[in-house]
Write a protein that binds this ligand. Structure first.
Ligand code: ZN
Length: 426
């Protein structure tokens, strides 16, 4: 759709959504009235979205579980939940119409990722409350491809299905896909007996080296995706064949980038917090929801011909952030340092401890080759390089321990990278 036409569509949907929220969600009626907005008449242009107050994760917590619900429970067709890092989960309510729009959004992302109805797609993320599997499942059904609902775990069986039914596309978290790719490459089964051509990644941040590991082990193309329970789940954005950012279904989810400290809108290319307004959601609409994901937007038309805005893979998530010696540290910064050091694999683990009154951080990283095969000089070189990169990215001192391949724990779902033992004795 040409940009101008898209803006008009967004504007009309936004106005409708503002009225819908005021009429159906007391929380929004109060909040908007306090901000001086009594109806969509106060929204005269798309830019006026900036007059609307933000919705935050704390708002969801305070109104848990159904304070933001805009319909009666008799209209709710499905409930999903994502595991929160602390305390209560984030709950999503979906009406029948929401389910249809969600399937449409997920189908778009799958098409972006290169899926066609001739594909046999194995979905190796968890079925259940988590939105990942069922979200993609519904999108895949809409496209008409063959679905293998493998869920997670039982890696042996995953392999049997991949091999025996001739799966052409695999959907998994980056950490599980990396693990599966290792298992396949070491299975002794000739690569030619597998038909996998595409690996779709989602549900957690994917590092460059994870993608390379998967692509090299399997000889496949990978495609990244983005979604969150607060905005249905998967289907918010996905990569096209040019791998130049993820196209956002912006007629459904209107994105903005703001300065996380001041809340001010930032222009294209500038890093800030991603904010979404649901333009069509019926069950649990969200106005200017702060995702806590740090990323950038790009409105330039893509080489694939799509006009939709693209987001870069989130650089960091404020939820994952930990405070160490007074400095905000993002695991993504540590991943970057590992990525840029030759000889290291993407598997790592961070342990935070307290010795007396001093906090220490130790980073365990797997080498690509066993230590026994490396000279002391080479090992020192790798360690020095990693230390230099860490100093650039993290500022505070992080101890490093290089360990042998395949000695750190593998995760079938979202990887737990940070182990905080600092307060465990209290
Ligand atoms: Zn594109």
């Amino acid at each position: 759709m040409p940009g101008e036409q898209l803006r008009e569509l967004q504007f009309n949907r936004l106005r409708k959504m503002v009225d819908y929220c005021i009429d159906n969600v007391p929380f929004y009626k109060d909040k908007l009235n306090k901000a001086g907005i009594t109806s969509s008449c106060d929204i005269e242009s798309l830019e006026d979205i900036r007059k609307l107050p933000f919705t935050t994760k704390d708002d969801l917590k305070e109104n848990y579980p159904d304070g933001l619900l805009a319909v009666g429970m008799d209209k709710v067709a499905r409930i999903h939940a994502s595991s929160g890092t602390t305390g209560k989960p984030t709950i999503g309510y979906y009406t029948r119409r929401d389910m249809e729009i969600w399937a449409e959004a997920a189908a778009r992302v799958l098409v972006l990722n290169g899926i066609t109805k001739s594909d046999i797609m194995q979905i190796s993320v968890g079925y259940g409350l988590f939105t990942g599997a069922l979200g993609f499942h519904q999108g895949a059904e809409k496209i008409g491809c063959t679905i293998v609902p493998a869920s997670t775990g039982n890696t042996k069986k995953q392999l049997v299905m991949l091999h025996d039914v001739g799966v052409t596309a695999l959907m998994a978290t980056p950490s599980y896909a990396t693990y599966l790719s290792e298992v396949i490459s070491k299975s002794g089964i000739p690569r030619g007996e597998f038909r996998i051509g595409k690996v779709l990644l989602g549900a957690e941040r994917c590092t460059k080296s994870m993608r390379e590991t998967i692509e090299n082990n399997l000889g496949v193309v990978t495609a990244d995706n983005y979604g969150l329970t607060e905005c249905f789940g998967p289907g918010v954005a996905g990569e096209c064949e040019y791998h130049a950012g993820m196209h956002i279904s912006e007629d459904i989810f209107y994105p903005e980038i703001i300065d996380p400290a001041t809340g001010e809108a930032l222009p294209d290319g500038e890093q800030g917090e991603l904010v979404f307004t649901s333009l069509l959601r019926e069950g649990m609409p969200l106005l200017r929801y702060r995702t806590r994901d740090i990323t950038t937007l790009n409105h330039v038309k893509c080489r694939c011909g799509r006009t939709s805005v693209r987001m870069s893979a989130p650089f960091a998530r404020t939820d994952d952030m930990f405070v160490f010696k007074g400095v905000n540290v993002f695991p993504s910064q540590i991943e970057c340092a590992i990525d840029e050091t030759d000889g290291l694999s993407p598997y790592y683990h961070i342990r935070l401890e307290r010795e007396g009154f001093v906090d220490t951080a130790t980073l365990f990283v797997e080498l690509k080759q066993p230590k026994e095969l490396l000279s002391d000089r080479k090992l020192q070189e790798i360690e020095d390089c990693l230390q230099n990169k860490l100093r650039e990215m993290v500022i505070v001192r992080v101890n490093t321990r290089l360990v042998n391949p395949e000695t750190l724990q593998r995760f079938t779902g979202k990887a737990k990278r940070v182990e905080d033992l600092r307060y465990s004795g209290e």
